[in-house]
Ligand binder design. Sequence first.
Ligand SMILES: [Zn+2]
Length: 416
Amino acid sequence: VTHFGALAERINSTRLWDRHEQLATFGATSRGGVNRQALSNEEFAARRQLLTWAEPLGLTPTHDPAGNLFFRYPGRNSDLAPVLCGSHIDSQPTGGKYDGVSGVLAALEAAEVMRETGLVPERPIEIVAWMNEEGSRFAPGMMGSEAFARVRPLDAIRAVRDANGVMAGDELDRLFTVFPEIPVRPLGFAAAAFVELHIEQGPVLDAARIPIGVVSGIQGKKTYKISVFGEEAHAGTTPRSARRDALRAAAAMIDTLHREIVDADDVVRFTVGRVNVEPNAPSVVPAKVSFSVDLRHPEGEMLDGFALQLERVCTELAAPCTADVERLVDAPPLTFASELRDLIRETADRLALQAIDLPSAAGHDARNLNTVCPTAMIFVPCKDGISHNEAESVLATDLVAGTKVLAEVTAQLASR
Ligand SMILES: [Zn+2]
């Protein structure tokens, strides 16, 4: 048994930083970011690099049928449920070097120092890189953790196609062909806990220059497809009184929603990001318009209230057209296990690292793991909160601080 702090003091800043730089060469873009989308050749190459680093540590790699990649650090009792820690290595098409990657590399660095100190925990530890967190190639994202947590059936995930018509299932089969040496284990297993380190992707920690965020939970999210049905008509001959203009009704809805879905604290997030007009011709009164709504708030009651408001506005402003409000995603806000949050806060405190509690505004694989086992997240600052951007930037000292906390937290959890 290693004493508290022994892992933290061995965290190797150069090794951790160099591995971020090296992983960023797979799918590197000319503007300093990465394009490493799920199950692409670039992502396969990054997986290969992780294998190269894990091998001398004696970590055992496995895949599951959803393409999640695990590395097992053995414990004294292999029958005990493992502690899971990790994140993802896929990226947006113009992503940064740290989103997801930091959580996987921090977990790997934790295993490095556990090996160096000869730590043999009671429970095994499984480092994980979840398949397709980003959802840019195969949408929506978080496929690997959804399958693992049985939030979504594997068949449904395999059937999803990318923009070129390539099926996720075929790419998963290709993954298993490219890595025949990695055994494929059954989907899903019991875990004692899941801890995910991630860059904040928001400005709070960087602005306050605080290295550690103890993530309280993830804000709720609802998404909708609103369809407005009118009637095609000649732009020159049809009088206003006889028109059923779907675009005019949709524009009124969008404007009203932007004015009504607001709060004094500026916490609610309301976005219309996509509009489709049919027939989309300059001299035809639009017959059908559909638009997307992305609505988020950290409190369930507030989120539900705004959702009701959205349905009311769309119904009231539809005339002389009709409107259909279809809800696509309904992810309630969640709160992470308080005992894990306390452990992260105490650990940061014992390591003399400043920490604050904050909610996550973005979704993460931890949302799905929270349905499987006690789950928590550690945030580290990123410059100006910029993320999903090639300019994403972090300080090595912050990465090291987060990795110290992750290593000590994981060792404590695995010794229980
Ligand atoms: Zn991420």
